[in-house]
Design a binder for this molecule. Sequence first.
Ligand SMILES: Cc1cc2nc3c(=O)[nH]c(=O)nc-3n(C[C@H](O)[C@H](O)[C@H](O)COP(=O)(O)O)c2cc1C
Length: 223
Amino acid sequence: MDVMEAIHQRTSIRGFKNDPVPQAMIREILETAVRAPSALNSQPWEFVVITGAVLEQIRQANVAQLNAGAPSSADHITGEWPKDSIYRKRQVTLGKSLFQLIGIAREDQEKRKAWQERGFRFFDAPVAIIVMTDTVLPESGPLLDIGMVVQNICLASVAKGLGTCIEDQGIFYPDVVRELAGIGKDKRLIIGIALGYPDWDFPANQLKTERASADEVTKWIGF
Ligand SMILES: Cc1cc2nc3c(=O)[nH]c(=O)nc-3n(C[C@H](O)[C@H](O)[C@H](O)COP(=O)(O)O)c2cc1C
């Protein structure tokens, strides 16, 4: 698959088939993804790939924390946008689009909550990838490098017919993941990725989010 095609095809997948993903395929995806560039070739990424019983335990424990009203204790700041900013507006647009597709009315608190729980359950994907970095590194230092490897994972997954959703929700309670997946305090959890075969009948998977055009965010000089 052409890289341009893969970039255009990739969308966040929030509904998956139950079919297991072969370990060899995930390994190939990760082997490809780690060709990502990084500052001074530091390669500041590590992965824990989870399926089966442990993933089920993480789903349950995440949802239990959420329902207990536990505040997020994420290892790094996630999603904080000034109230009246364009960034916040885009977030609201995303929420509205998703709710419209899955048929959740604004005032339907029960369905909204059920939807939120799905995120904390890694959208019931058969596989979750936890992307981590070493705490000896500065907090924001490796984030750019990790973004690159994460996008590579998503694109390589598309090439294999798989779908992904990059998600903060899965690692909002990092100590839950740490304990159940046996991850030490010396690792900072940066992001989760839900991975599996897309269920194309799941309405939220139809979402094609909008973008400001390149020209809106680009200043051209000397052309
Ligand atoms: C750093 C990061 C964190 C994200 N966290 C979540 C999340 O917690 N839950 C979720 O449903 N989607 C999450 N997403 C997916 C975004 O909502 C999605 O990428 C964005 O709306 C653009 O849509 P697209 O991926 O379909 O192109 C996250 C994406 C990124 C890059």
